[in-house]
Design a binder for this molecule. Sequence first.
Ligand SMILES: Nc1ncnc2c1ncn2[C@@H]1O[C@H](COP(=O)(O)OP(=O)(O)OP(=O)(O)O)[C@@H](O)[C@H]1O
Ligand SMILES: [Mg+2]
Length: 325
Amino acid sequence: MRKVASVNEIWTEKYRPKKLDDVVGQKHVSERLKAYVASRNMPHLMFSGPAGTGKTTCSLALAREMFGGEWKGNFIELNASDERGIDVVRGKIKEFARTAPLGGAEFKIIFMDEADALTSDAQAALRRTMEKYSGICRFILSCNYSSKIIDPIQSRCAVFRFKPLTSEDIGGYLRKIADAEKVDIDEEALKGLVIISRGDMRRAVNSLQVAASLGKKIDLDTVYQTAGIASPKAISGILDAALKGDFIKSRDLLDSTMIDFGLSGQDIIRQMHSAYFDLSLTDSEKVRLIDKTGEIEFRIVEGSNEKIQLEALLAYLVMIGGSKR
Ligand SMILES: Nc1ncnc2c1ncn2[C@@H]1O[C@H](COP(=O)(O)OP(=O)(O)OP(=O)(O)O)[C@@H](O)[C@H]1O
Ligand SMILES: [Mg+2]
C-alpha cells in the first residue's frame, strides 16, 4: 500500500536536508565535513551558531554519509541540558560506547545538543568523559555561544561557526517548499517571511507552514498575523501619527495593532525600536528616542503597567515631533 503523507507532517522535518550537499548556505562548514567523510575519519567537532541554521541537520547528514545504511546504530543524540544532569548523560554515553561500531566503522558519533547550557563543573565532567571514550567515539558539541564552552573542551574540538542564513538562501528554500506543497504565496509575503525569520530557517519554514494552514493563498497580512508580529506598515502608522502630533490617533492605532496581531508590550516596543532608523529624524533626536525606549522597555520587562509605559513613549514621540513643527 502506498504510504500517504500525514497532513500534519511538520515541514521542518519533512524538508530537512539529508545530504551535506543539500544543506543551504554554510558552505564553509559542509565542504570541510565532506572532506571528513572522504577520509572516513574526523576529530571531535564543535558546532556553534544561532538557532535554526543547520547544526543538527549537518550532524545528521554527516552521520548518514560517514556510516551509510548503518548510521542509526552509530549515532546518538543527547541533550546536555537534560534536567537529569550530566550523570544520566554519562550513563547513556557509557552504554552507547560499550558496543563496537557497526558496518566496519572505526568510531561512533555522539551528538550533544545545548552543550553551552552545562555549568563549568558539568563541562569538566564532560571533558573527562570525552577523553575516556575518544578511542571509540567522536563528539559533536552543539551550542549557540562557543564562549560559554570551557577552553579545554574547545581546544579538543575542530570548531565550526554557523552563520544566520542569508535572505536569498531563505527565500529560495521557502519558494521550493511552497511549490512542492502547492502553496500560493506572493513575492511580498515571501519577503515578509524572510524578514520575520531573521536568518533562522526553522522559524522561516514553521511560519510558512502556519500561514499555509489558514488557506492556500498567502499574502503579507496573513504572514504577519500568523507570526504574531505587527506589519511594518502598522508600526510606521503609529510612529508617524505621534510624530505629527496626533496623540489620540497614534494611541488608537497602537491599541488596534496590539489586538489585531496579538502582541505584548514587549513585542511591540521591540518592533518600534527597529523601525526608528527609517524615521526622518536627526541623529540626536534618534539618540534621545532610543535612550527613552531603553528605559521604557526595561520598565515593561520589570512588570510596570505596559499601557501606561507605551503611552508615555508615544507622548515622548509627540514631543520630539513637536520640536520640529
Ligand atoms: N542550512 C539549512 N539548510 C536547509 N534547511 C535548514 C538549514 N538550517 C536549518 N534548516 C531547517 O530548519 C530546521 C532546524 O534546523 P536544525 O535542527 O539544523 O537547527 P540547529 O542549528 O540545530 O538549531 P538549534 O540551535 O535550535 O538546535 C531543519 O529541520 C531544516 O528544516
Ligand atoms: Mg539543533
